[in-house]
Design a protein around this ligand. Sequence first.
Ligand SMILES: [Zn+2]
Length: 275
Amino acid sequence: MAGGLASSGLSYARRMGAETVQVFVANPRGWATPAGSAAQDEEFRAACAAEGIPAYVHAPYLINLGSHTAETVERSVVSLRHSLRRGRAIGARGVVVHTGSATGGRPRAVALAQVRERLLPLLDELTHEDDPDLLLESTAGQGASLCSRTWDFGPYFEALDAHPKLGVCLDTCHIFAAGHDLTGPNGTRQTLDLLVETIGEGRLKLIHANDSKDVVGAHKDRHENIGAGHIGEDAFRALMTHPATENVPLVLETPGPGEKHAQDATLLKKLRDHP
Ligand SMILES: [Zn+2]
């Protein structure tokens, strides 16, 4: 957050009428690991706690623990550890990280073995009671993505021994782009059922609520405002009433800023409160 987590980030969330907040603690498109401001971190943590606003951190996009490039893997570990530590400092419940891809033409099994080798130690470092969960976010299924369909979480969880600090962040745009049709009378329910079947109950910890500019299965990660894309309002209504989403916060990553975000938040609240 340019301008500081508390003074800029949290006040934006308040203006949007948000009940949940997600922040970056580093440039999402870089490898830098800024120390941040201890005073801002504490102010943010205290304000979120006082107002009952759950906070989440999104780790940088460059992180790929499945990469065949040693330098990328090393940087990924450093960057993710940084997001997890700063996550604790700001009182975040979870740190979202993308599940990565098997680059360089390597078999998925090789990449997953590397994910295990590098990620399991990071999960084991989360021993403090204030430590956030690590939330895996699947992708739209571009390239050699390690996790895009619901069942791909199976081998991923297995590679990480279904660690107790592991959870899932479901991005509606990504899962739709990956090929799960959320529309129709049963689309969303069936997709959530499949997800819970794979990861088990209680592992879905966060939802990235985004509509999609592209059709189902397009493997394109282009978010749209709620109700304005190919997923549509009905799917979000269905999302709210599925038992797996009870008490699971939603985060918007839709085009903004300002009025468009406020409208999305208002619409999601309406769908939740009057389904
Ligand atoms: Zn997302």
